[in-house]
Design a protein around this ligand. Structure first.
Ligand code: SF4
Length: 679
């Protein structure tokens, strides 16, 4: 359309790019991309640029692009623009593609301001592990780096900045887009209106503001990608049709499927031949419903797709692999034979892979209110059982499930969180990473009840859910570290990321466990002796804690791990006196008890490290875990000891005295205030 020859330093008329973290394929393992939510106090600019690398040619054209951006380029080319009109550029090389001829810079964003689920969960992960959190999530910082790029500023008088992608709502709902100099925010499907809009801008029309295009294109209007997509992604369906209230409107339309011949096969070939991928991901919001016309799956269509795609990739070599990314629990339980069939192709030769499943809640009441379609054809009341069954079926077919659970859904009550906690307990025995997500006001619930992250972790019940879900996730992440880094192409980077990941997972895991005051069931298998003492039992007085402290002193000479547990209102004491964890560690007496019990546990854990790693089969993993465990135990041990020292001798002496008098005191109706007796 604008195919006039020009020098590249004149710039391309249309430059497409994205924030750095999104543009990077993180050494070929897009699953490691979760690191993009890590705040900038851990990622100094130079380190971040080394980690989030973007492959591009000398002129700045990328070799692989985020799938959504590759689709934008494809739509523009399909409309009539040429490759010399449009470039998908590396965000590191914008100065090479922006010039006097440039009229549009289109920026694709996944998390422009750091308000997404991913950034929310990373905030909780670090805060709950007492690790510092400063600044923006790196993904948001990298959006700023692009939107404020000197090349854009230098040519701003003749450039319109257009932002699109899943995070545009953040810019609109906060009003940030105007302050950042964005001219157009484009929301919705690009295919049927985006190219027209770009043409209007190129013709000089003064287009500014928010463009919402909610009309999805027909499947025939969607062209295939020209630039390979990060992660070897190939979209096989659009829409879902289950109608969850918080889902984006583009997904809420009924599911439609792309044909294999002429569409899916072309994109697979592009990703393999141009992108160099050996692993292809058939992307769908609900893969096992490929080819379906309604809620019920169409197993024949799914099988046909899998067999054809499998045969195609195997033409390139035995080591080429096929994957998918999303499912619901309901369809898995509805079609277990189909899941088994697909698993034989996707997880061949005993391989495991990840699959995401939005669990969202264990509460049938909330499900009924906000996402009744998620359980179909089953009822919301059956949903917790359906989730457990689905995870079991997926595990049987060698999928590790990545399950998400949303906190703070509009209308959520404590009993809903309790139901989710119950479901979480039932899932403990399966291979699943359970990620607690803060509710993000999207879809039909946009602008409602934005989650205040700190408020969630201050609330004891929600804090417990978050901690337990994260402990389960971290335990599974340690076990699945090979899967996480599996696709990384650079061996040295792979080794480094693997070690760093293991260290980080184990570090936060030990902190969460200490915080929750509990020990995972699996640990009980290899720990010789385990004792626990509950704090905050109903009616507990200071003298009771002092008596427990005395007992703790008497146990010091034995081989025992002593774990202080917060009282949890269960059984006959259900709904009574829920323990506020922070209050416990602020109280000097209880703090001393917790610290002393944990010191004893850590000392014994150091001594028992061989028992802890004893059952591990992989020698290298065993050595690494042993070293990391020893490091972590000794680290927390030294910190606890330093903290205990701060309590002061006076307090310790008083507590000893009080402990020896405790039995008499406990019989007396008179309670001695701790600071009065201390004088
Ligand atoms: S099941 Fe998932 S994709 Fe479908 S509407 Fe619900 S949240 Fe959206």
């Amino acid at each position: 359309m604008f195919g006039v020859m020009f020098r590249h330093n004149d710039g391309y008329p249309i430059v497409l790019t994205s924030e750095i973290a999104t543009a990077s394929d993180t050494f070929g393992a897009s699953v490691v991309g979760f690191a993009s939510a890590i705040p900038e106090n851990y990622f100094r600019r130079r380190i971040a640029h080394m980690f989030f690398r973007v492959s591009s040619d000398r002129e700045g054209r990328v070799k692989r692009a985020p799938y959504g951006l590759a689709k934008v380029e494809a739509a523009l080319l399909h409309y009539g623009f040429s490759r010399s009109d449009v470039v998908i550029a590396s965000p590191y090389k914008l100065d090479r593609v922006i010039g006097p001829r440039t009229r549009i810079v289109g920026i694709y964003t996944m998390d422009a301001l750091g308000l997404s689920y991913g950034s929310g969960i990373l905030y909780w992960i670090l805060k709950l592990a007492d690790l510092p959190y400063r600044g923006l999530p790196y993904i948001a910082r990298s959006f700023m780096e692009v939107v404020e790029h000197p090349a854009i500023k230098a040519h701003k008088d003749h450039i319109k900045v257009v932002v699109g992608g899943p995070a545009t709502w953040q810019l609109v709902d906060t009003g940030a887009w105007q302050k950042l100099g964005v001219d157009v925010v484009y929301e919705g499907s690009f295919e049927n209106y985006g190219p027209v809009l770009f043409e209007r801008i190129l013709k000089g029309e003064d287009v500014r503001g928010r463009v919402v295009n909610s009309k999805p294109p027909s499947m025939e209007e969607v062209p295939t990608i020209v630039t390979p997509s990060i992660g070897g992604i190939v979209e096989v369906t659009r829409g879902c049709g289950r109608g969850c209230a918080f889902c984006t409107p583009t997904l809420n339309g009924m599911i439609s499927s792309f044909p294999f011949e002429g569409h899916i096969d072309k994109e697979i070939i592009t990703n393999i031949e141009k992108g160099g991928f050996k692993s292809i991901t058939l992307h769908s919001e609900e893969f096992f419903r490929y080819g379906a016309k309604g809620i019920d799956p169409n197993p024949d269509k799914v099988k046909e797709l899998v067999v054809k795609a499998y045969k195609l990739i195997k033409r390139y070599g035995e080591d080429y692999r096929l994957h998918t990314d999303f499912t619901t629990a309901a369809v898995v339980v509805q079609a277990p034979e189909l899941v088994k069939f697909v698993g034989e192709y996707m997880n061949e030769g005993g391989d495991w892979s990840f699959i995401e499943m939005g669990i969202e809640t264990g509460s049938p009441r909330l499900l009924n209110m906000l996402m009744a379609g998620k359980a179909k054809p089953f009822t919301p009341r059956q949903y917790p059982d359906i989730v457990e069954q689905a995870v079991g079926i997926l595990n049987d077919n060698r999928w590790v499930v990545v399950g998400t659970m949303i906190l703070n859904l509009p209308g959520e009550r404590d009993e809903d969180v309790a139901a989710s906690l119950e479901l979480l307990d039932r899932l403990r025995k399966y291979r699943i990473l359970t990620f607690p997500l803060p509710f993000i006001p999207m879809g039909a619930l946009r602008k409602r009840d934005f989650t205040v992250l700190d408020k969630m972790i201050e609330d004891p019940l929600r804090r417990e859910l978050i901690l337990k879900a994260l402990i389960k996730s971290m335990e599974e992440a340690v076990r699945s570290v090979e899967l996480i880094v599996g696709n990384m192409e650079n061996i040295v980077a792979k080794l480094i990321i693997r070690r760093i990941s293991l260290f980080a997972f184990n570090l936060v895991l030990s902190r969460y466990k200490a915080k929750l005051g509990q020990l995972g069931e699996h640990s009980a298998e290899f720990i010789r002796k385990l004792a626990s003492a509950a704090l905050n039992l109903p009616g507990e007085r200071d003298e009771d804690v002092a008596a427990s402290l005395e007992l703790l002193d008497r146990l010091r000479k034995y081989r025992i791990l002593t774990f202080p547990l917060p009282f949890i209102p269960m059984g006959a004491l259900r709904r009574r006196d829920f323990t506020v964890l922070d209050k416990m560690i602020e109280d000097p007496l209880r703090r001393e008890f917790i610290l002393k019990a944990l010191i004893k546990s850590m000392e014994e854990a150091v001594r028992s490290v061989e028992l802890i790693v004893g059952n591990m089969e992989n020698m290298v993993a065993k050595l690494i875990i042993k070293r990391i465990s020893l490091f972590a135990f000794n680290l927390v041990l030294s910190r606890y000891k330093a903290k205990l020292g701060q309590l002061g001798e006076q307090s310790a002496e008083f507590i000893r005295k009080l402990a020896s008098a405790a039995w008499d005191i406990s019989k007396s109706p008179v309670r001695i205030p701790i600071d009065e007796a201390n004088q």
